[in-house]
Design a protein around this ligand. Structure first.
Ligand SMILES: [Zn+2]
Ligand SMILES: [Zn+2]
Length: 230
């Protein structure tokens, strides 16, 4: 099951030009099985997209992207209308754990809003010991930043996910997460990520993502991630 786990829409992210209705149609046409809408600090856009998806028979999972002192965090399974900007990581973790959710550092090695290059071993250990996965393929990152993130995930034995971080429709699906099994609920999304039953891919590695015409189909690579996009 192919899921783009990181998409912004114009409903709650002023930086995005994606209309949620177009998102649902485009994602279905290009061969994705689901998308996660993860607006900055707000849940409304995800709610709107999920309702549209329900009407059109396309899965949209709700998430949010919350800025903390350790950079941006993708959060699933924790529902509140709004989150503070630069939320304390320890407070966010407390809420995620009591809700039974998942927390994933977004684009952890990107130089702006990233965290890893600024942390010493002790802080990095604290952070990475408290998260459920790493977004090791982010569509807005350089290949080098993604490679660094993948090395961190491997070093700490963390599950790896990929998301487009799309702010334009044509960016949807440029990085995705392939889940081992089909599921329909946000609870299962959290469960599958936490269990690591998923792998990240660039779109061009997946021939099934050619249908919308935005990506050239290519032969599937031998492994998840780590392949430089052309
Ligand atoms: Zn971000
Ligand atoms: Zn984002």
């Amino acid at each position: 099951m192919l899921v783009d786990i990181h998409v912004h829409t114009m409903v709650s992210s002023p930086c995005s030009q994606i209309d949620p209705l177009n998102l649902v149609d485009y994602a279905a046409r290009m061969g994705l099985d689901a998308v996660c809408v993860t607006e900055h600090e707000e849940m409304e856009g995800a709610e709107v997209a999920r309702d549209l998806g329900l009407r059109r028979g396309f899965r949209v999972f709700r998430g949010v992207e919350v800025y903390t002192e350790f950079g941006d965090m993708l959060v699933f399974g924790l529902y509140r209308p709004r989150f503070p900007w630069k939320m304390e990581f320890s407070e966010l973790i407390r809420e995620v754990r009591s809700a039974g959710g998942a927390i994933i550092p977004a684009h952890p090695c990107r130089s702006d809003r990233g965290f890893f290059e600024r942390l010493g071993d002790e802080k990095a250990g604290y952070l990475l010991g408290n998260v459920d996965a790493l977004e090791v393929l982010n569509g807005g990152n350089t290949p080098e930043a993604n490679r660094l993130a993948m090395a961190v995930a491997e070093k700490y034995g963390l599950p790896q996910v990929g998301g487009s971080d799309a702010h334009l429709l044509v960016q949807v699906g440029r990085c995705v997460t392939l889940f081992e099994r089909e599921f329909d609920t946000e609870e299962e999304l959290v469960e599958e990520i936490r269990a690591g039953r998923c792998r990240p891919f660039y779109a061009h590695q997946l021939p099934e993502l050619g249908r919308a015409g935005a990506w050239r189909p290519a032969a599937r690579g031998s492994g998840g991630g780590g392949v430089v996009p052309d």
